[in-house]
Design a binder for this molecule. Structure first.
Ligand code: NAD
Length: 433
C-alpha cells in the first residue's frame, strides 16, 4: 500500500518505519525541515530502541522516504495518516491547531479517493471536524475520515507497534474499514471496528483508566506509610488477582510524559463540554500533582526541613526509562523547586540530559552517575532506569558526603539500604533512619 504519514514525531516516525518494514511504501512528512534532513540521512530524531536500524534498512530498501512537502507524496498515497501533536491548552482542552492545519492542506490537495486516518489523540468529534474542514476547502467529496488511535508506549515504541495488542478502526465506511484491517493484520488479529466517536473515546478511556490505576496505588502508598504497611507487597498481593493485574501498580512520584497528563485533562474538558462532571479523573489529576512533591517533603524530613546549601544528586530526568522525552516529566517540577530551596543540584540521565537542559532552567547535568553523586549530601531517584537498579551502595557511600537516598521509584530494598548504612526513604514503605 502507498502510505503518507503527516507528522514525524514519536508516533508518526515509529508508525511510518513499522509500516514500511511490513512492505508498504511510506512517505513521512514534517514541517520541521531540520528533522526531515536528519531522517533522510537515516539518523533517528528520537531515542527509541531499534528505531535507527529499521529506519536505515527501509530507506536503503527504497520503501521509506521523507519530505517536508505534503504535495510531493499526496497524490500517489492511498492512505493518509495524521500524527501531528495535540498539546494541551491552558484550560486542559486539546489544542487542535495542527490537526486543523493538516485538514486544510488535505482539502487543498485532494483530487482522488483517499482514506484519511487520525492517529493523533483527539477529542470525540474531531473526525467530523476534519471532514468538515476538507469539505470547506474542496468540492471533491470522495474521501473517508477514520479514527485509528495510537497506543504505543515511548521506550518500547517499536516493539509495541510490531506486536500491537489491538487496532481500533473507527469508521462507518466498509471500504475504509477493509483497507485498514488489511494494513493492520500483519501487526495484530485484535481488530475492533466501530464508529469514529467510539474509537476516539477508546483512547481517552484507556489512558484515563491507566492514570487512575497509578494514582490509586499512590494513594494506597501514602496510606501505607501512615499505618506501617509496604506498598510493594500490597501491589504484589493485589496483582495476582487477574481482574486487577500487576501492571501500573508501581507506586512512585506519579505519571508524566506527553500523554497521561494531557489526555486526562482533555477528558475532563470533553466531559465538561458535554455537561458531565467527570469526578474520578479530576481527583486522579490532583493526586498525581501532589505526588510529585512527596519526594521533596521526604528530602526535607531527612534534613530537618533545611535544604539550603545541600548538594543533591538527581538520577533520572526523563518521565520514564528508555526515552529522552522530557514532556511533563516530574523532574521539570521537582528540580526548580529544589533550586528555589537553596539546593545545588547535579543531575544525570542516560539519554535525556540535553533535552532536560532545554526545559529546566539552570540545570547542571553531568555525564555519569559517579560525577552526580561525588560529594552529594543526598541522592534522589526520579526515573527507574535499569542502570540505577544495579548501583553498588557500599561504594557509593564512600563518595557521597552524607548517606541519604530518597527513592521516588522504589528501586532498592530497605533492608539492603540499612545494611549499606544509608538513610533511605522511598514511597509507601518504612523509612530507614
Ligand atoms: P510530536 O510532537 O513528537 O510530533 C508531532 C510532529 O508533527 C512534529 O514533528 C511537528 O513538527 C509535526 N507537525 C505539526 N504540524 C504539521 C503539519 N501541518 N505537517 C507536517 N508535520 C506537522 O508528537 P507525538 O508524541 O508523536 O504525538 C502525536 C500524537 O499522537 C498526539 O496527539 C499524541 O497525543 C498521540 N500519541 C502519542 C503517544 C506518545 O507516546 N508520544 C502515544 C500515543 C498517542
Amino acid at each position: 500500500m502507498n502510505i503518507c504519514v503527516i507528522g514525524t514525531g514519536y508516533v508518526g516516525l515509529v508508525s511510518g518505519v513499522c509500516f514500511s518494514e511490513k512492505g508498504n511504501n511510506v512517505t513521512c512528512v514534517d514541517l520541521d525541515v531540520e528533522k526531515i534532513k536528519k531522517l533522510k540521512n537515516g539518523t533517528a530524531t528520537i531515542y527509541e530502541e531499534g528505531l535507527e536500524d529499521l529506519l536505515k534498512k527501509n530507506i536503503s530498501e527504497g520503501r521509506l522516504k521523507f519530505t517536508s512537502e505534503l504535495s510531493e507524496c499526496f497524490n500517489q498515497s492511498d492512505v493518509i495518516f495524521i500524527a501531528v501533536g495535540t498539546p494541551p491548552k491552558e484550560n486542559g482542552e486539546a489544542d487542535l491547531q495542527y490537526i486543523k492545519g493538516v485538514a486544510v492542506s488535505i482539502g487543498q490537495l485532494i483530487s482522488s479517493y483517499k482514506i484519511i486516518v487520525t492517529k493523533s489523540t483527539v477529542p470525540v468529534g474531531t473526525g467530523s471536524l476534519i471532514k468538515q474542514i476538507i469539505a470547506e476547502e474542496s468540492s471533491f467529496n470522495n474521501f473517508d475520515v477514520v479514527s485509528n488511535p495510537e497506543f504505543l508506549r515511548e521506550g518500547s515504541a517499536i516493539f509495541d507497534t510490531m506486536n500491537m495488542e489491538r487496532a481500533i478502526i473507527g469508521t462507518e465506511s466498509s471500504k475504509a474499514a477493509e483497507v485498514l484491517r488489511d494494513l493492520h493484520l500483519p501487526f495484530t488479529n485484535n481488530i475492533v471496528i466501530t464508529n469514529r466517536e467510539t474509537a476516539e473515546m477508546i483512547k481517552y478511556a484507556s489512558n484515563a483508566f491507566l492514570a487512575t490505576k497509578i494514582s490509586f496505588i499512590n494513594e494506597i502508598a501514602n496510606l501505607c506509610e501512615l499505618v506501617g504497611a509496604d506498598v510493594t507487597k500490597v501491589a504484589e498481593g493485589m496483582g495476582y488477582d487477574k481482574r486487577i493485574g500487576h501492571s501500573f501498580l508501581q507506586a512512585g512520584i506519579g505519571y508524566g510524559g506527553s500523554c497521561f497528563p494531557k489526555d486526562t485533562s482533555a477528558l475532563v474538558n470533553i466531559a465538561e463540554k458535554a455537561g458531565y462532571n467527570f469526578r474520578i479523573v479530576k481527583d486522579v489529576e490532583k493526586v498525581n500533582t501532589d505526588q510529585r512533591y512527596k519526594i521533596i517533603e521526604k528530602l526535607q524530613a531527612a534534613f530537618d526541613n533545611d535544604l539550603s546549601g545541600k548538594n543533591v544528586a538527581v538520577l533520572g530526568l526523563a518521565f520514564k526509562p528508555n526515552t529522552d522525552d522530557m514532556r511533563d516529566a516530574p523532574a521539570v517540577n521537582i528540580i526548580p523547586e529544589l533550586i528555589k530551596m537553596g539546593c545545588q543540584v547535579k543531575a544525570y540521565d542516560p539519554v535525556a540530559n540535553e533535552n532536560a537542559k532545554m526545559v529546566i532552567p539552570h540545570l547542571h547535568t553531568v555525564p555519569t552517575v559517579l560525577e552526580a553523586i561525588d560529594g552529594a549530601d543526598a541522592l534522589l531517584i526520579l526515573t527507574d532506569w535499569q542502570e540505577f537498579k544495579k548501583l553498588d551502595f557500599h561504594s557509593i557511600g564512600k563518595v557521597m558526603n552524607k548517606n541519604v537516598v530518597i527513592d521516588g521509584r522504589n528501586l532498592y530494598s530497605p533492608d539492603d539500604m540499612k545494611k549499606a548504612g544509608f538513610y533511605y526513604s522511598s514511597i509507601g514503605r518504612k523509612t530507614i533512619e
